[in-house]
Design a protein around this ligand. Structure first.
Ligand code: TYD
Length: 205
């Protein structure tokens, strides 16, 4: 059985990723693919517990290094327990965030050393790299207003300038790895954005 295809969706808070992940799943299932849709941090009982620690606004004393390692710990569990077995049986894995989020948020947003974050990503992903990464790109102030309209989690509480650094980091990654990391305009009707994503997926499945 051929290995499946690992697709990740990325973007700053409020870019519409989660909605698009659902729409994309439906479109790919309609084309006859087995799709395993996941989100990070989370997706296993252990990873969901780590997620709660990471997003709880009460944990405002968390230091950047602790944050980095918790995202990686959550990812390692998800990768070994769910992603690798799904790819091994030939499924399409559609993951809402993966290690590029760590680059964008912990290196870009927090300012942790780039090389250190990349090494940590190798460990946390257990060497499992996405085949295709779709970055939903949106003006940071539009995304931020959307994301925080119902209150802010611990990451969103970092503010707009943080989100701007996150967006800039994604654009750097896309420039660095243009065949894997594709930037998609996130502005417009939901279905229009889904169509743009499907166009990027093209014949990669
Ligand atoms: P979530 O509510 O899932 O946000 P979204 O719907 O925008 O994906 O919260 C995940 C938060 O964690 C989000 O602010 C991005 C952040 N994050 C990191 O800082 N580093 C990471 O490695 C990952 C996976 C997420």
């Amino acid at each position: 059985m051929a290995r499946g295809v690992f697709i990740t969706l990325e973007g700053a808070d409020g870019c519409g990723k989660s909605t698009q992940a659902e729409l994309l799943e439906k479109a790919l299932v309609a084309r006859g693919h087995e799709v395993v849709r996941l989100r990070e941090p989370g997706g296993t009982p252990i990873s969901e517990k780590i997620r709660a620690l990471l997003l709880d606004p009460a944990n405002d004393e968390m230091v950047a290094e602790c944050e980095l390692l918790l995202y990686e710990a959550s990812r390692a569990q998800l990768t070994r327990q769910v992603i690798e077995p799904a790819l091994d049986r030939g499924a399409v894995v559609l993951c809402d965030r993966y290690y590029d989020s760590t680059y964008a948020y912990q290196a870009g947003g927090r300012g942790l050393d780039d090389a250190l974050v990349r090494r940590a990503n190798q460990l946390g992903s257990c060497g499992c790299a996405p085949d295709l990464t779709l970055v939903l790109d949106l003006d940071a102030s539009v995304g931020y207003a959307r994301a925080t309209s119902g209150g802010a989690d611990r990451m969103e509480a970092e503010g707009l300038a943080f989100q701007e650094r996150v967006r800039a980091a994604y654009l750097r990654l896309a420039a660095e790895e243009p065949s894997r990391v594709r930037v998609v305009d996130a502005l417009g009707e939901k279905d229009e954005v889904t169509a743009r994503l499907l166009e990027e997926i093209g014949d990669r499945l």
